[in-house]
Ligand binder design. Structure first.
Ligand code: SF4
Length: 455
């Protein structure tokens, strides 16, 4: 999972891109980068770390020009290196060119091997670089033709931003798995992974880039074309379940409202359940719990205090400090918990280790009973489209029955929402469908033997 943001035709392009990337920081904390276009001369900066660390005032001043594209990257095992920080930047046979990618190419290993056999030398280990090598090899009349010719060779998920002197080009995979939204701010066009980034810079979201569609913004105007027939729309349902910010709009309503509706659906499925209070694991669990409380009549209470300042760096140093991590991140509010039966909602249950710690923490704080309710179905299969889920063997629901999972995490009862209720709450209909591969093992595209290390 990553975030991308682009802005054109604005004298403060780099600063707006900084604000946009900062707003999307929840989508990735490993590295950040930006490329700016100053009258046809592209400049680049990227580094490891959070947006506000990577872009100092001096760095932003150096990124001159009226257009900028940026990227923030989520850490994936084995690829944590500055050479994978995006946008990737090239002086190529196509001229200066930058690319920022959110997604994962499932045929990356095969394409990379084919390209290497014919002489391509890769500068990173990310699959995002493959598109540039394909473009250098199979060219069309214009840059847009070249992109349109090569995108159909890619399998998997992608939302791309390209920058060449004088233009920004965006494209979304034919299934629309990863998000990409077009917005406007005065005379500037904006492209972003989520609408919240467009809102924060003061713009208005216009519409999503359609599956299989690309847009070129040049001379202050957008030009649209298709590079592939749209396959059935299968956007990632985990955006609503966990990743997207609550103020972002997906399929016509905010993620916050969708999460409340999921909570209400869960309450309908668990009709008759008895508990003193309902609560959620912050942050996403809170909206689910509010929806559940409203539907069921069980009062909502906050049972955990979340510390928002525990960066990833805190948990790295040594074992002694790691011991504190769970309590440091989520501290139980004892008076609210003691002597009560608590219905606790979490967004997902993947390995079970976090739920186990959380249930233990509630019991230690005096909870009489802990009922765990999960706002997504059991995760039984990995994600091949850029979401960092573990291998099948580590997915607890793939190895244990629901009752055994309940015993493992130490809960008194355990429930999952059904896939039907989840997709209905997220706005499923014949035109708006979702990928649910990690819950069903059925994926909307071909899955190669090896996935790439995506952007
Ligand atoms: S497999 Fe799961 S996490 Fe991956 S894109 Fe599909 S719904 Fe999203």
């Amino acid at each position: 999972m990553c975030g991308i943001f682009g802005v054109t035709n604005n004298k403060n392009a780099a600063k707006l891109a900084y604000v946009g990337l900062f707003t999307l920081q929840h989508r990735g904390q490993e590295s950040a980068g930006m490329v700016a276009d100053d009258n046809g001369a592209l400049s680049h900066h990227g580094d490891m770390g959070l947006v506000n660390k990577v872009f100092t005032a001096d760095v932003l001043d150096g990124l001159r020009g009226r257009s900028a594209i940026g990227h923030i990257r989520y850490s994936t095992t084995g690829s944590s290196h500055v050479k994978n920080a995006q946008p990737l930047f090239f002086n190529s046979c196509l001229g200066q060119l930058a690319v920022a990618h959110n997604g994962n190419l499932t045929n990356a290993a095969r394409l990379r091997a084919e390209l290497q056999k014919t002489g391509a030398i890769f500068q990173s280990t990310t699959d995002s670089e493959i598109i540039i090598h394909l473009m250098a090899k199979y060219r069309g009349k214009t840059l847009e033709d070249t992109i349109a010719k090569n995108l159909p060779r890619l399998e998997g998920s992608y939302a791309f931003l390209f920058m060449a002197p004088g233009k920004v080009i965006a494209a979304r995979d034919p299934n629309g798995i990863r998000p990409l939204v077009l917005g406007k701010l005065g005379r500037s066009y904006i492209l972003a992974s989520e609408t919240c980034a467009i809102d924060v810079v003061g713009g208005n979201a216009l519409r999503e880039i359609e599956p299989g569609e690309m847009v070129t913004i040049e001379g202050g105007r957008p030009g649209f074309r298709r590079f592939a027939k749209a396959a059935p729309y299968t956007r990632c349902i985990f955006e609503q379940v966990y990743f997207a910010r609550p103020d972002s709009v997906i399929v016509g309503r905010t993620v916050q409202l969708a999460r409340r509706e999921i909570g209400a659906m869960l309450a309908r499925e668990m009709k008759g359940i008895k508990a003193d209070i309902v609560s959620g694991i912050p942050d996403s669990g809170t909206a689910y719990a509010l929806g559940f409380a409203q539907e069921s009549g069980i009062p909502y209470q906050t049972v955990f205090m979340r510390n928002h300042y525990t960066g990833r760096s805190f948990i790295q140093p040594d074992q002694a400090l790691r011991e504190f991590t769970a309590r440091l991140k989520l501290a139980p509010i004892k008076d609210v918990i003691k002597g009560h039966s608590i219905l606790l909602i979490d967004d997902s249950l993947v390995r079970g280790t976090t739920s186990r710690k959380i249930v233990k923490s509630l019991k230690r704080a005096g909870a009489k009973k802990v009922i765990m309710a999960i706002a997504s179905p059991a995760v039984i299969s990995p994600c091949y489209y850029g979401i960092d889920t573990p291998d099948k063997g580590e997915l607890i629901a793939n190895n244990l029955s629901t009752d055994k999972i309940r015993r493992y995490i130490g809960a008194d009862e355990l429930y999952y929402i059904s896939l039907e209720s989840l997709t209905a709450a997220c706005g499923n209909n014949s035109d708006r469908r979702f990928c649910a591969g990690c819950f069903t093992g059925i994926y909307p595209t071909k899955i190669g033997r090896f996935g790439g290390s995506g952007g």
